[in-house]
Write a protein that binds this ligand. Structure first.
Ligand SMILES: NC(=O)c1ccc[n+]([C@@H]2O[C@H](COP(=O)([O-])OP(=O)(O)OC[C@H]3O[C@@H](n4cnc5c(N)ncnc54)[C@H](O)[C@@H]3O)[C@@H](O)[C@H]2O)c1
Length: 454
């Protein structure tokens, strides 16, 4: 069936409103995903209501303070001046909305099962306030079937159009933003298809329509599981290379010269953030519900989860080689966001390394211009230091992240032992030990014996 021809609402009121940008869009959940999406809708000419249950966040936003790094305070203030963006915590303010985009968290419970309580809470709010013939799109990452499960029964009470469209935003990415990242959209009936297609085509450059909400949900889990597995594989490769005394970094560079059939991933401290550590567990849970357990997903999860401890074990080996007991060591972790250029420390493996070293008795500091302070495992708040504050009383500088503001020269010139987990410096200096390059561990002794030289 040609879906563009199907149904009878081609000229429906909502389609006309979308095409003329008269439709009012509500974004539910104004975080890393929801806020950039809201601003994109505004840029494209829609009026937008931003709804969030966090009163404090809404108050700050009304005062012009952006909650996320990718949107500056100035950008938010300029948008608010135009009076097309209203902010609220009150569900009653949403009754005129034509479109609801749901961008709430989808965390894991302690037992690694999906927690879709935020999605259900958002659905309750929409159900209470939405009018007939509105369009609801779930954008939160979740297991296949969630959209139907949570929103499917709306139609028994009032007619809505429904879609799932996974959010692919990559915080900190200066090339790909909402506009130019192709949007996968899945619907389950011809009318929803037409509405969803018209709406998303009006806010992004390229829309890829799939045959059901489940395919769209699954595609997001596939993308992130693919990353999780490949990153885990490279972490495993680093371990294999260390045992075989082969340089992992040269190995990857060599393999990456193949112009087809190889995609470059590199080892590191594991995976962090709100997506890659969680989404494969959503998929594993869904598979288990259907009577299948995935060896790949579980193995990748285990390898990535164990990576901070593996790095800390290596740190202990390095410190032993320079006769420094961990309990009296001063260690600085370079990188704290879950990835470079990010202030987001959810599931940050650098933070985990910080805490593991702290619990072993080391005095630990961190450097990350994007992360002003952290709450460590002792419940206390710690502020980051600068590379200039890394003096010779520091026993080890551990590099866990890259970032745009990295002062390579300043890092290179510190007179301390460096453990470069991500091979950031690509250094041949005598004070740098590189993860996945076993022969660089002899630099521990070199560092003790020799003055720094290239
Ligand atoms: N952060 C990313 O890089 C990223 C990328 C792609 C997809 N995702 C997915 O997008 C979803 C949102 O992630 P995020 O990083 O933006 O989360 P976030 O924590 O930054 O933002 C979520 C917001 O939703 C609000 N909220 C919670 N319950 C609510 C409710 N019932 N009604 C209204 N607001 C509510 C919270 O107060 C918060 O402000 C998740 O499913 C995540 O997996 C995130």
């Amino acid at each position: 069936m040609n879906l563009d021809q199907g149904g009878n609402s081609l000229d429906s009121q909502l389609l006309r409103k979308i095409k003329s940008k008269q439709a009012i869009v509500t974004v539910i959940g104004l975080g890393y995903v929801g806020l950039p999406l809201a601003l994109r809708c505004l840029t494209c000419g829609f009026k937008v209501i931003g709804f969030d249950t966090d009163q404090n966040k809404i108050e700050k936003m009304k005062a012009g303070q952006s909650p996320i790094q990718d949107i500056s305070d100035y950008q938010l203030q300029e948008v608010l001046k135009q009076n097309h963006f209203s902010l609220t915590t009150n569900g009653g303010d949403l009754k005129n909305a034509d479109i609801f985009l749901v961008c709430v968290p989808t965390p894991l419970k302690e037992n690694y099962e999906p927690d879709i309580s935020f999605v259900k809470a958002a659905a309750d709010i929409i159900f209470d306030c939405c009018k007939e013939d509105c369009f609801v799109a779930l954008e939160s990452s979740t297991y296949p079937g969630t959209t139907k499960q949570v929103f499917g029964n709306f139609n028994e009470y009032k007619k809505i159009f429904l879609a799932y469209s996974p959010e692919r935003v990559d915080p900190g990415n200066e090339i790909y933003e909402v506009k130019n990242t192709p949007k996968v959209v899945g619907t389950d009936d011809p009318e929803s298809y037409k509405i969803a297609k018209a709406f998303y085509q009006s806010i992004v450059d390229k829309v890829h329509i799939v045959t059901s909400t489940e395919v769209a949900e699954m595609s997001k889990l596939l993308e992130n599981s693919f990353r999780s597995i490949n990153i885990a594989f490279m972490n495993e490769m680093a371990e294999i290379c260390e045992h075989l005394k082969i340089d992992i970094w040269n190995t990857i560079e060599a393999a990456a010269t193949k112009p087809f059939g190889f995609m470059k991933f590199t080892p590191g401290v594991g995976v962090g953030g709100h997506c890659i550590p969680l989404d494969p567990m959503y998929l594993e849970w869904a598979a288990q519900q259907a009577g299948h357990s995935s060896e790949f997903l579980n193995l990748a999860h285990r390898v990535n989860k164990g990576q901070p401890q593996r790095i800390v074990n290596n740190v202990l080996e390095i410190l032993t080689q320079v006769d420094k007991p961990i309990k009296t060591s001063r260690i600085v972790v370079y990188g704290m966001g879950y990835k470079g250029n990010s202030s987001d420390i959810r599931e940050s493996k650098s933070l985990e390394i910080f805490n593991l070293l702290y619990l072993l008795g080391a005095k630990v500091d961190y450097i990350d211009e994007n992360v002003k302070s952290i709450i460590a495992c002792d419940g206390h708040s710690y502020e980051g230091i600068t590379i200039q504050e890394v003096t010779s009383d520091c026993d080890l500088l551990i590099i866990t992240n890259d970032c745009n503001q990295c002062d390579y020269q300043a890092i290179q010139s510190v007179d301390v032992l460096i453990y470069d987990v991500i091979n950031l410096l690509k250094s041949k200096r005598k004070n740098v030990v590189i993860y996945g390059k076993k022969d660089s561990y002899q630099n521990c002794q070199n560092f003790q014996k020799e003055s720094l030289s290239i």
